[in-house]
Ligand binder design. Structure first.
Ligand SMILES: C[S@@+](CC[C@H](N)C(=O)[O-])C[C@H]1O[C@@H](n2cnc3c(N)ncnc32)[C@H](O)[C@@H]1O
Length: 451
């Protein structure tokens, strides 16, 4: 396949994402490799693709007054082209409008015909001339939030019902920001400060994280190319994710089950906390993903991880009852806490998906429940902010499994900063992306009653 220039590659990527053929984060990396983009082009390509997907609803609001009533099905690719051009005109300072419009016209000519090129030219010039409409003119609160912060109306409505207007606004705002790059320091090898110093010698500037005591935040430089990364002193991970293994609080010689484990971020953290003792049985539904756990374990030289492919809903049939000291269920979920990283999630997931996934989450919990020893800890976590997948799953589980109880010691294993968000005696926490710029995460701690 021939190489394409940045904007043509971006249009291709947007069309694939639109057809739900690929996840934005995976596709961006593939396209960069395939089109041999480098340096500034990588940054521009990534910015155009992520930005256009993130701001889709807002861009459509800008675009809709100027679009013809009917566009032939075969010409519908013109819409993503117009969206990405408006995105650049409104949100990117570094490229002049006339260059953006020129590129759009060239692309429309190449893919379609002169008529479409003229249409693109006319629409973009009209938008440029007439300025942008005022969001404040949208009367309905939910619609205004949805358009201004580019989220689907159903999702905004859901969040407003669950958390109120102000919190929803903060969530939506945070979802449009680029997340910081953070890494977890392998505490069994060195301290946060030692890793920061080692990185500095390799030309990478980092500082301690904002939330987790295990975290560093990379400010400048290519972390993945450093010896610090290669030799397993640190692992890329979001700060909220780092709180999960801490909440599980594995003790030396524990036998731990991590049953939705790939790519192994939390498995390796648990293993590090075990300090070379005990073992972590890690499995994931998908065989190809199990390889990712093994690769991580190898890079970090962790010997107590045993990874295998298995459906967690069948775990009960594969292990003896009460054979684990601690169990982590980092469940598959809607992912609404990581919209910053995977913006296509907000457009591709539906209410129905949420309903379906809660059944899987409960089935997984039901299956692993007998495997936990009496007195053992069960942590349930998700990277979503959807109560039906979080609080309600835990409530349903506790209603069914009377041998389990809420574990109120959760707060003892969380950083001070986040404890203020926990009410007295609360055994679960919802972290929002606007708290400390970390992912939206839910963590619940349960305990199997001692007898
Ligand atoms: C949130 S991700 C886990 C992330 C992982 N714990 C980490 O920290 O790197 C959820 C994982 O659950 C896996 N999964 C989904 N359904 C499953 C099932 N029925 N049994 C086991 N794993 C499953 C998915 O393949 C996915 O890798």
């Amino acid at each position: 396949m021939s190489k394409k220039n940045v904007r043509e590659a971006a249009l291709d990527a947007l069309l694939k994402i639109e057809k739900n053929q690929a996840y934005s984060n995976l596709l961006v990396n593939d396209a960069i490799k395939k089109n041999e983009l480098n340096g500034k082009d990588v940054a521009l390509f990534t910015e155009i693709v992520y930005g256009t997907v993130q701001r889709k609803k807002t861009l459509d609001y800008f675009l809709s007054p100027f679009l013809p009533k009917k566009i032939k099905k075969k010409d519908e690719w013109i819409i993503p082209l117009l969206r990405m051009s408006i995105y650049q005109m409104v949100y990117l300072d570094r490229v002049p409008d006339r260059a953006i419009i020129f590129e759009a016209v060239q692309l429309a000519k190449k893919r379609g015909h002169r008529g479409l090129a003229n249409m693109a030219n006319g629409i973009l010039r009209n938008i440029q001339r007439s300025g942008l409409p005022d969001f404040e003119k949208i009367d309905n609160d939910i619609e205004r939030l949805a358009v201004k912060y580019s989220h689907p109306i159903w999702l905004v409505e859901e969040w407003v019902n669950q958390y109120g207007l102000e919190t929803t606004k903060s969530i939506c705002e945070a979802n449009l920001k680029t997340p910081p790059m953070t890494a977890r320091v392998n505490g069994s090898k060195s301290t946060v400060q030692e890793v920061i110093d080692m990185l500095e010698k390799e030309g990478v500037i980092a500082k301690p994280g904002k939330l987790s005591s295990d975290a560093i935040e990379i400010e400048k430089g290519n972390f993945i190319k450093t010896k610090v990364f290669e030799e397993g002193y640190a692992t890329i991970q979001d700060e909220s994710s780092m709180l999960v293994a801490r909440a599980l609080a594995p003790q030396e010689n524990d036998r731990v089950l991590d049953c939705c484990a790939a790519p192994g971020g939390k498995t390796t953290h648990i293993s590090e906390l075990l300090n070379g003792t005990g073992e972590v049985i890690a499995f994931d539904l998908h065989r190809h993903k199990v390889k990712l756990i093994q690769e991580q374990a190898e890079r970090l030289k962790l010997k107590n991880i045993h990874a295998q492919a298995l459906d967690a809903r069948e775990a009960e049939e594969h292990f003896p009852k009460e054979s684990f000291d601690r169990i982590l269920v980092d469940a598959p979920c809607s992912g609404f806490g990581v919209i910053r990283r995977k913006p296509d999630i907000k457009w591709s997931k539906s209410e129905k998906d949420v309903q379906e996934i809660t059944k899987i989450q409960l089935d997984i919990l039901d299956s692993i429940a007998p495997l936990l020893k009496k007195g053992g800890t069960l942590i349930y976590s998700t990277c979503t902010i959807e109560k039906r997948e979080n609080e309600q799953v835990i409530r349903a589980f506790l209603n069914k499994h009377h041998d389990f109880e809420a574990n109120e010691t959760l707060k003892n294993n969380l950083p001070n900063k986040i404890r203020s968000y926990l009410k007295e005696g609360q055994a679960s926490i919802q972290i929002f992306p606007h708290y400390y710029e970390s992912d939206g995460f839910f963590i619940a701690s349960l305990r199997k009653k001692p007898s």
